[in-house]
Design a protein around this ligand. Structure first.
Ligand code: TMP
Length: 208
């Protein structure tokens, strides 16, 4: 069985963290070797970049923002993702290149091609084997996020920004049907978890 690379994507408040903590418990109980990580973050450098990108700094040019996400990703690849896959562990990440395509390529208007090219350099062209998209109306997602804590620099963007992100992810899912699994994230967390669990366990066992 080869180690698989899985990503979870979605807009703000779409329930990625809840889903991922339940998947973590599932794989721990099953004693399946899986490394969980997140972007930006997952390494010391990634965490430092995350601090500056997400906290309340006022201004980043769109290109600087895209480069910082890509830098965090390059470090994440070299330090954690590739070594884990090479040692036979599955890797499940909270966001990957598709987040840059949706947020920087589309919502920040840098263009899909430019952001894809930049990221293919950062990742040596590695894409996830499977991507779960938690799709949700951003109005619902943002109100969920707001009920938890003060919104961060990106969450505070206009609703139209978040709508563009939702549409961008939906287009990406149509462009890559071979790896995308679309999940209706307006369902209860148990239902979302149940759907992902069933698909993922089936996917991993089909290969082994
Ligand atoms: P998180 O809230 O899922 O932890 O993600 C952090 C924020 O960074 C979120 O608002 C999405 C944004 N982001 C990008 O704009 N581009 C990226 O490449 C990544 C990974 C995240």
């Amino acid at each position: 069985m080869s180690a698989k690379f899985i990503s979870v994507e979605g807009g703000e408040g779409s329930g990625k963290s809840t889903l991922l903590s339940r998947l973590k418990k599932l794989f721990e109980d099953k004693k399946v070797p899986v490394v969980f990580s997140f972007e930006p973050g997952g390494t010391e450098l990634g965490k430092e970049i995350r601090e500056s990108l997400i906290k309340n700094r006022n201004f980043f040019s769109a290109r600087a923002e895209a480069l910082l996400y890509a830098a965090a990703r390059a470090q994440h690849m070299d330090e954690l993702i590739i070594p884990s896959l090479q040692s036979g562990k599955h890797v499940i990440v909270d966001r990957f290149v598709d987040a840059s395509l949706a947020y920087q390529g589309v919502a920040r208007k840098l263009g899909l091609k430019r952001v894809r090219d930049l990221n293919e350099w950062a990742t040596n062209g590695l894409y996830p084997d499977r991507t779960y998209l938690l799709d949700l109306d951003p109005q619902i997602g943002l109100s969920r996020a707001k009920s938890r804590q003060a919104l961060d620099r990106i969450e505070r963007e206009a609703l139209s920004f978040h709508q563009q992100i939702r549409n961008a992810y939906l287009s990406l899912s149509k462009m890559h049907p071979e790896r995308y699994v679309l999940i209706d994230a307006s369902q209860k967390p148990d239902e979302v978890f149940g759907l992902v669990q069933k698909d993922l366990l089936g996917y991993l066992s089909a290969d082994g």
